[in-house]
Design a protein around this ligand. Sequence first.
Ligand SMILES: [Zn+2]
Length: 285
Amino acid sequence: MSKTLAVRSLAAFAVCFGAWVAYTQNQPPAQPSKVNKLANDLYELEGDGGNVAVYLTDEGVIVVDDKFERNYNDIMADIKKLTDKPVKYVLNTHQHGDHTGGNEKMKANGVQVIVHRNARVNMVAGKQPGLPHVSFTDQAQVYLGGKEVDAYYNGRGHTNGDVVIYFPALRVLHTGDLFTTNGQGNVAPFIDYNGMGSAAEWTKTLDGVLKLDFDTVIPGHGPISKKADLQKYRDGFEKMQTGIRAMSRQGKGRDDVLKMLVADFGWAPSGLGTNSLDRVIAELK
Ligand SMILES: [Zn+2]
């Protein structure tokens, strides 16, 4: 590593770390979620943290993701308004704290928590609380009250442990952060390189996801979408990969690539969205 690069990496780390400390020290109070009904037995809690899916059965509730720890009481209060049955399972789409923050309290209430093996390894490495009881590699099924929920792993993207959660009876899919819709329709993904994410493999992973038979998509963050929106996001992502590769071949530097990403794909001109840009360029060469 050259000295300039080392200094630059250190600066990027300082900005990143500073932002993280500021973030954790200035945690806003929990905001109540908007409760969206997708079916008589499937609801989505949208707002603070990642989107939560709540699937009701006669034998209990299956939950997908559980936001931050501060949202736990609100999540449970929302579920109580929908059913008197207890939460039995939580499936985490990946390890990030805005999707697994309620795990510890769920576990204390006897809930079984399930996650992809890589995501659990990442949680152990990051000394994260709320380690799930069960992990799997390719796919997992949860059966409760005569209903089924499937979890599928299709490869790396946002991290190396993202799974999508499928509700076959309802043709609904929860994508976790492999797809988010709070970026005004832009392709400005957060590639978590510490969590072994990959900009190069993301589209291949989405190709696997798109083979599933579904109509409605609950994204990791942002409003509920359709399968066509996920296809559009995947195609935009490929266009972005192609653009970065072409600029690299032309010998264009980081600043030019960043300008293109800001103008064409809605990337942030500074901040967390671009700290991984050097890694993205290196990966797509
Ligand atoms: Zn995430």
